[in-house]
Design a protein around this ligand. Structure first.
Ligand code: NDP
Length: 402
C-alpha cells in the first residue's frame, strides 16, 4: 500500500522499523536511514528477510535528504531522529512532495525551548503542496492526545481538567541513564516547569512541584510537574480545558545524579573551550552515557502512562482515567527494545498507518487530537499497547475547584 522512509536509527527508530515490518500489508517498502549506516544495517538484520533497505544521511542537510528521498521515492517519511532535524526534514518533504510525521517538536540547538510555533508556521506551505504533516505522534506527545480526543468523543461534553501522568517504574541496572536521547531528555527536565490554568501559563522552578501518584499495577511513585509540548496543542485544540498539567516520575537516584551533573555544569548547552575546541558539556555528557537502545537487556518493571480527566457529561461531573502499562521485559523479548522506545515507536507506526490507509487525512500541519481517535485506539492493542479505562473512580488529584 505504501513506501515509507524512516529517519533515525536509535531506540525509537528500531521499534518503528520492526513495527512497520510487522504491518507488511500497509508498509510494502521500508527504508531506514540515519547518520550512522551500521546502526541501520544492524536493525535491518534483526528484522531479517531483506525487508529493510538502509542508507546513510545527514538529516541536518536538506540537499542530502532530497537526494535520498528522490532515490527511494517514499509516500511518507517518519522522522525519529532528533528534534533539531524537524525543520530540515520538513523542508525536504515539501521539496519532494512527501507526507511527514514526527514524535517530538522542533528545538533550536542553542535554546532548550519546546514550542510548536516553528512547525505550525509550515501549515500553509504543506496545505498548498497538498501534503500532510502529523506532529508529535509518539506516546507523550502522541497517545496522550489520542487518549484525550477519545475521552472527549466518548465520555465528555466538556473536558475541564487534564492531568497526563507518566511513570517509568523500570530498573535498567545502570547507575544513571536516560530512556530516550540523553541530550533531549535532560534539556526537557532541567527547564522551568509550566502548566495551563484559567487561560494562562503558570511557570514554576524546575522539579519544584511533586507528589506521590498511584499508578495501576505499580503503586505510589513520586511524580514531578514538568512542561510537556502536548499541553500547548491540547489547550489550543480543546479550549474548554481550564487546567492542563503533565507529571513524570523520577527516582531519587536519578534526581541526585541530575543535581550533581547540573551543579558541576555538565548539563549546560553553552559551549566551553576545551583544549582549543568549543565543546557543549551536555553533548559530551551524552557521549559518555548509555545509548537508550542499549538499555533493553535485563530491564525489568513497567511503564504506565495515561490521562486523568475531569469534566461534564449530560450536566453531571464525571471523572475518567485511560492508560497503558508496558513491560520492559516483555517488549525486549518481542523486539529487543525497552518500553520507553517501544511506547514511542508503536504509535509512530500507527500514525503512519492512519495516514497511508486514508483514515487520517488533511492538508497542512496537524496534531493528533485533531483526528478521529477510534481507528488509532483500535490499533494500539493489536500492535502491543493495550489500554484500560476507569470511569468515575477517584483520581490522584483533589484540587479541582478553579
Ligand atoms: P536516540 O538518540 O536513540 O536516536 C536518535 C537517532 O537519530 C540516532 O540513531 C542518531 O544517529 C540519529 N540522528 C541524530 N542526528 C542525526 C542527523 N543529523 N542525521 C541523521 N540521523 C541523525 O534517540 P531515541 O530513539 O530515544 O529518540 C528519537 C526521537 O524520539 C527523539 O526526537 C525523541 O525526542 C523522541 N521521543 C519521543 C517520545 C514521545 O513519546 N513522543 C518519547 C521518547 C523519545 P547516531 O546513531 O549516529 O547518533
Amino acid at each position: 500500500m505504501g513506501k515509507v522512509l524512516i529517519i533515525g536509527a536509535g531506540g525509537v527508530g528500531a521499534v518503528v522499523t520492526h513495527k512497520c515490518a510487522q504491518a507488511s500489508d500497509v508498509f510494502t517498502d521500508i527504508m531506514l536511514a540515519s547518520r550512522t549506516k551500521s546502526k541501520c544495517d544492524k536493525i535491518a538484520a534483526e528484522v531479517g528477510g531483506n525487508r529493510i533497505k538502509t542508507a546513510q544521511v545527514d538529516a541536518d542537510n536538506v540537499d542530502e535528504l532530497v537526494t535520498l528521498i528522490e532515490s527511494f521515492g517514499p509516500d511518507m517519511l517518519i522522522n525519529v531522529a532528533l528534534p533539531y532535524q524537524d525543520l530540515t526534514i520538513m523542508e525536504a518533504c515539501l521539496r519532494t512532495k512527501v507526507h511527514y510525521l514526527d514524535t517530538a517538536n522542533y528545538e533550536p540547538k542553542d535554546v532548550a525551548k519546546f514550542e510548536y510555533h516553528w512547525q505550525w508556521a509550515y501549515h500553509d506551505r504543506f496545505k498548498e503542496a497538498g501534503l500532510m504533516a502529523l506532529l508529535g505522534c509518539g506516546f507523550d506527545p502522541g497517545v496522550s492526545g489520542v487518549f484525550t480526543a477519545h475521552a472527549l468523543k466518548h465520555h465528555f461534553d466538556e473536558i475541564h481538567y487534564l492531568d497526563i501522568v507518566d511513570c517509568n517504574a523500570g530498573d535498567h541496572g545502570k547507575a544513571f541513564a536516560t530512556n530516550f536521547n540523553p541530550e533531549i531528555n535532560i534539556r526537557e527536565i532541567t527547564q522551568r516547569g509550566k502548566y495551563w490554568q484559567r487561560g494562562e501559563w503558570i511557570e514554576i522552578d524546575p522539579l519544584s512541584v511533586h507528589m506521590p501518584i498511584s499508578y495501576p499495577e505499580i503503586g505510589n511513585k513520586e511524580s514531578y510537574l514538568l512542561y510537556h509540548e502536548e499541553l500547548e496543542s491540547l489547550v489550543k485544540n480543546i479550549p474548554t480545558i481550564k487546567r492542563a498539567r503533565f507529571w513524570m516520575t523520577f527516582s531519587q537516584n536519578y534526581i541526585n545524579h541530575l543535581q550533581v551533573l547540573e551543579n558541576i555544569g555538565m548539563t549546560s548547552i553553552k559551549p566551553v573551550k576545551f583544549q582549543g575546541m568549543d565543546i557543549v558539556p551536555l553533548e559530551f555528557l551524552k557521549a559518555v552515557l548509555p545509548e537508550p537502545s542499549s538499555l533493553g537487556e535485563g530491564y525489568s518493571g513497567q511503564t504506565s502512562i495515561g490521562c486523568q480527566i475531569k469534566g461534564i457529561k449530560d450536566g453531571q461531573e464525571k471523572t475518567y482515567y485511560v492508560w497503558n502499562n508496558c513491560d520492559h521485559g516483555v517488549v525486549y523479548k518481542e523486539i529487543k527494545a525497552q518500553a520507553v522506545s517501544y511506547t514511542t515507536g508503536v504509535p509512530a507506526m500507527i500514525g503512519a498507518m492512519m495516514m497511508l490507509t486514508g483514515k487520517w487525512t488533511g492538508r497542512g500541519v496537524f496534531n493528533v487530537e485533531e483526528f478521529n481517535p477510534d481507528p488509532f485506539m483500535e490499533m494500539l492493542p493489536k500492535y502491543g499497547l493495550p489500554w484500560h479505562e476507569a470511569v468515575n473512580q477517584p483520581l490522584a488529584f483533589n484540587d479541582y475547584n478553579l
